[in-house]
Design a protein around this ligand. Structure first.
Ligand SMILES: [Zn+2]
Length: 197
């Protein structure tokens, strides 16, 4: 496996075999939350594929569990969908085809319906719409929260419910949706393991 593929895999939701006890997970939705066209993929694989372009996809995931909805990552900001030519920054040119709130509406979900929002890590391509979910509880590693927010301005209100995690976390208590601490890419990076029906 190339280093690039390995790195990208870290940001994906991992699907495991279901168990009898983990029956509460009902459905997984995958949303296109944007992409970035980068001129040099060695940004993510130092010394490998130097100068070769790459297009990285940027997905968000909605998990429907009998005890509520979990949104995993919020992608590039919805405002990017209003820029047909995208936006160019140090990583490359990023684009978004549709808005997350509109994609959620297409499956009958309002932002206020979402119980938990968890982010893999606090980089701009994963946290673009955190201000859209003031009623949801954010699930973040304590180290990532400190790195990202403490002493800094935020896009979401001060009243935002936030649960600071210290390691792995069974989101709904039945083993079907588990946040796993995977520090490295950032100090408090986390991954998600699902036991789908
Ligand atoms: Zn990142």
């Amino acid at each position: 496996m190339s280093r690039t593929l390995l790195a990208l895999t870290l940001f994906s939701a991992l699907a495991l075999a279901p168990t009898a006890e983990a029956a509460g997970l009902e459905r997984l939705y995958v949303f296109d939350c944007g992409e970035v066209a980068a001129p040099d993929q060695s940004r993510w694989s130092p010394g490998v594929n130097v100068g070769k372009p790459i297009v990285n996809s940027d997905n968000c995931y909605l998990i429907r569990h009998e005890r509520g909805l979990l949104l995993w990552d919020t992608g590039y900001p919805d405002a990017l969908a209003d820029q047909p030519n995208g936006a160019t920054g140090p990583t490359g040119t990023s684009k978004r085809k549709s808005k997350l709130v509109d994609d959620l509406a297409r499956i009958g979900v309002r932002p206020a319906d979402i119980r938990f929002v968890a982010i893999s890590h606090h980089h701009g391509d994963h946290v673009g719409n955190l201000d859209k979910f003031p009623a949801a509880t954010f699930l973040m590693q304590a180290a990532e929260h400190a790195f990202a927010f403490e002493g800094k301005p935020t896009s979401f209100p001060a009243t935002q419910p936030i649960t600071r995690l210290n390691g792995d976390h069974d989101v709904f208590g039945d083993g079907s949706v588990t946040i796993i601490s995977t520090p490295g890419h950032t100090i408090g990076h986390q991954s998600l393991a699902l036991r789908l029906p």
